[in-house]
Design a protein around this ligand. Structure first.
Ligand SMILES: [Zn+2]
Length: 154
């Protein structure tokens, strides 16, 4: 119960990151990385801005966190992201040894944390994460549906 309240609070921070993406016309997806009750990495989708297909919110947050702590391993870290990670981000999460992943809403077209497959909990890999989904799901999903609705209306 307490953990769910904490998860909701950190997901609110990830949503704030997603809104930064929205403000510059990017698909609104945001992420934060938390260790010892402190945000050590933040990121939002920058694919269009950077013309970089790897500039997903999770990748940006992982780079931010590893730079800040001066290590590539994100042991004892929880990554919060508004949308279920894609295969690339799930791979980077495993590579960086993130302990736990919490995501808001599922991605039926690319989700690799349980929807299409589950790369975060693949026993043949050398690392598996803990996983929680559905935290502030409606808010995370409506960010995306409203963004695409506005895009179609334009
Ligand atoms: Zn991704």
């Amino acid at each position: 119960m307490i953990r769910e309240l904490e998860d909701r609070a950190w997901m609110t921070e990830a949503i704030a990151e997603a809104r930064k993406a929205e403000q510059i016309g990017e698909v609104p997806i945001g992420a934060v990385i938390v260790r010892d009750n402190e945000i050590i990495g933040r990121g939002y989708n920058l694919r269009e801005t950077n013309l970089d297909p790897t500039a997903h919110a999770e990748m940006v947050a992982i780079r931010d966190a590893t730079e800040r702590i001066g290590a590539w391993r994100l042991l004892d870290c929880t990554l919060y992201v508004t949308l279920e990670p894609c295969p690339m981000c799930a791979g980077a999460i495993v590579q960086s040894r993130v302990k736990r992943v919490v995501y808001g809403t599922t991605d039926p077209k690319a989700g690799c944390a349980g929807t299409l497959m589950n790369l975060l909990q693949e026993p043949r890999f050398n690392h598996e994460t803990e996983l929680t989904s559905g935290i502030l799901q409606e808010e995370c999903a409506s960010l995306l549906t409203q963004f695409f609705r506005r895009l179609r209306e334009r």
